[in-house]
Structures are given as structure tokens and as C-alpha cells.
Design a protein around this ligand. Structure first.
Ligand SMILES: [Zn+2]
Ligand SMILES: [Zn+2]
Length: 331
């Protein structure tokens, strides 16, 4: 993991480990507040190792967990939100989240029976073979134990300035990777804290699933929303900081344009393919059999997100259910 670093006066980057995951760590940002205390952007998984890393990081910055006044969560995923509840218990901090993610907390981390059932139907509609269905449907359940269920105290709205002494940070709502994903921008410091929305090397998973309609369309709109931002540096939640925001936005948009073309071509070559069959035909960063079950499900969700957008662009159409089959639209 990279070291704890002071990125700017009073702004610290604290790597927090993620168990069994190629991303390895999430970068939590700690903002020193005028008059004392610290605000965190994201928190990490709810594991002892993550808790220790965050505590040590705050100590390196000259503070401690009890100094935390706010936990501003970029989105609902366990590597960002998991520890938020425990930090609040230890410090009395407020937790902030966008309402579109807040409404999903109970179904994701509380009573998950309904989500599991609808995920099974959804995967079966995608053409996932029956023998793989139970594993794939349950693939996200292991993370439940690594999240403290905690309702937010503050709901972030788009464009709102957040009340933090010594900072003028505003929320930019960037749905796509998650319906309630937010970035934070400091106009005076020209810094973008980008969460998982814009990462320097990889692209975040954009999955169609039971709780979102057109996530890739949302994501591309959310990328365009940052095009005019005069940021000097981007502080992402994974990998490393970088400076060329506009260049990176263009690369990510081009990546998805290529992927849309690739998927349309697979469907042209194999009319009537299911989302799962298309997924198996695409190029992935490693051989399919070496991809963990949860990642296979995300890959399928990602294919489907592209299919939804291709349908809206009138490039392909779907037929039937259980499973749904895709065809290139005749023009
Ligand atoms: Zn995420
Ligand atoms: Zn993440």
C-alpha cells in the first residue's frame, strides 16, 4: 500500500486495505477542519485491519478517531461506506450520503431476501446457466458482514455546499457506478475528490441490475458533467492521484464507445445471443475461468448496461424473456 501522505496543507490521503480484492486499498481523505476536528471522505471496509489502518492514518496526521466530525461517503459500496457506522459510534460524527444510495441501504445490507430473489430472476433473464445461478445470485452476500448498517444523518444534494469549517466543498452528483454516487469539488483549491467515478487507470464497474435502469447512460452524462471543471488535481478513491481530468474523461468515454461497438458486433455475428453469451465473447483483462464469481456477475451486468444503451440508441433490440435475446435492429 502507498504511505499516508499530506496531499495539501491539512488534507491527508490514508490508504485503507480491502480484503481479497485486486484493488488492494481504498484511499480515505481526511480534511482538517478550522477550529479542530477532521472530516473524512469515505471510510473503508468494516474489518479490524481497515479500522487499524484508518486509526494509524489519523494518528500520523496528528489526530485520532474521536476527532472525526463528518464521514462524507461518496457511495454505498462496502469499501467506502462499510466503516462509517463504527466511526460515528466512536466519534459522534455525522454521516452523509446521497439520497439515491440511502434508499438502497436496507435492501443491500439489511433484509436482503427480496434482493436475492430479484437478482436470481434477473440473472436467469440474462441467460446465466441454471447451475451457475445460485452462486452468482448470492455472490455479493459475503460482504454484508463487512458493513455496519448506518442510516445517514445528512443527505447530499447536487450542487450543495457542505458545511465544513475551513473548506468550501460542493457536491457533484455523478450517478452511474452507483445511483447516488457523488464527487466533491473545492473551487478555491481546484481539487476534485472523485470517489470511484473517475479513476486514473481502470474504469469503474457500470452494471445494469435490478435497482437501476440505464446506468451507462447515467455514467456518460456524469462524466460530461465534469468536462468544464478547472481541476488541477483529481483525488480518486483507488489507485493514485492524477492531474489531467479532461484527458481522462475523454479516454473513459472512448473506452465505452469502443465497448458499445464491440458488443453490437458480437450481436451482429451471433444474432439471438443472451447477455451472458455476449459476455463470454468479449475481451476481459484475464481469462474468464480465472475471474471470481462476483466479478463474473459484474461483467454480465456491465454487458447488460451496454445493451440497454444500445437499445435506447436503436442499434439493437431485445426479444422474449427467460432469457432475453438480442438482435441488431434492421435499418
Ligand atoms: Zn464502488
Ligand atoms: Zn470503490
Amino acid at each position: 500500500m502507498p504511505p499516508v501522505e499530506e496531499v495539501r496543507p491539512g488534507l491527508w490521503s490514508v490508504p485503507v486495505p480491502i480484503p481479497d480484492n485486486p484493488l488492494r486499498y481504498v484511499l480515505v481523505y481526511a480534511l482538517e477542519l478550522r477550529g479542530g476536528g477532521v472530516a473524512l471522505v469515505d471510510a473503508g471496509w468494516n474489518t479490524e485491519a481497515a479500522w487499524s489502518a484508518l486509526s494509524d492514518g489519523l494518528a500520523a496526521a496528528g489526530g485520532s478517531m474521536s476527532d472525526v466530525r463528518a464521514v462524507m461517503v461518496t457511495h454505498i459500496h462496502p469499501d467506502h461506506y462499510g466503516l462509517a457506522g463504527r466511526v460515528r459510534e466512536a466519534s459522534g460524527a455525522w454521516i452523509g450520503l446521497h439520497p439515491a444510495d440511502a434508499v438502497m441501504l436496507e435492501s443491500r445490507y439489511g433484509d436482503t431476501d427480496e434482493l436475492l430473489a430479484s437478482m436470481s430472476r434477473f440473472l436467469s433473464d440474462s441467460g446465466v446457466p441454471a447451475d451457475k445461478l445460485p452462486d452468482l445470485a448470492a455472490a455479493s452476500m459475503a460482504v454484508k458482514s463487512m458493513v455496519t448498517m448506518a442510516a445517514p444523518d445528512v443527505l447530499f444534494e447536487d450542487g450543495e455546499t457542505i458545511d465544513l469549517p475551513g473548506w468550501s466543498l460542493r457536491t457533484i452528483w455523478t450517478p452511474g457506478h452507483s445511483p447516488g454516487h457523488v464527487c466533491f469539488y473545492s473551487d478555491d483549491r481546484r481539487l476534485l475528490i472523485s470517489g470511484d467515478h473517475v479513476l486514473p487507470r481502470i474504469t469503474p464497474n457500470i452494471s445494469a441490475h435490478t435497482q437501476v435502469a440505464n446506468p451507462l447512460g447515467d455514467f456518460l452524462t456524469s462524466l460530461a458533467k465534469l468536462e468544464d471543471l478547472p481541476a488541477d488535481e483529481v483525488l480518486p478513491a483507488h489507485e493514485y492521484r492524477f492531474s489531467d481530468l479532461q484527458g481522462r474523461l475523454k479516454e473513459i468515454m472512448a473506452h465505452h464507445a469502443d465497448r458499445l461497438d464491440e458488443i453490437e458486433q458480437v450481436i451482429a455475428d451471433r444474432p439471438g445471443s443472451t447477455a451472458w453469451e455476449i459476455t463470454l465473447q468479449l475481451h476481459w483483462s484475464r481469462p474468464w475461468d480465472e475471474i471470481q464469481t462476483f466479478m463474473q456477475r459484474q461483467a454480465n451486468g456491465e454487458t447488460l448496461a451496454h445493451c440497454v444503451l444500445l437499445e435506447l440508441e436503436d442499434r439493437i433490440e431485445r426479444q422474449g424473456t427467460g432469457p432475453v435475446r438480442f438482435f441488431v435492429t434492421p435499418h
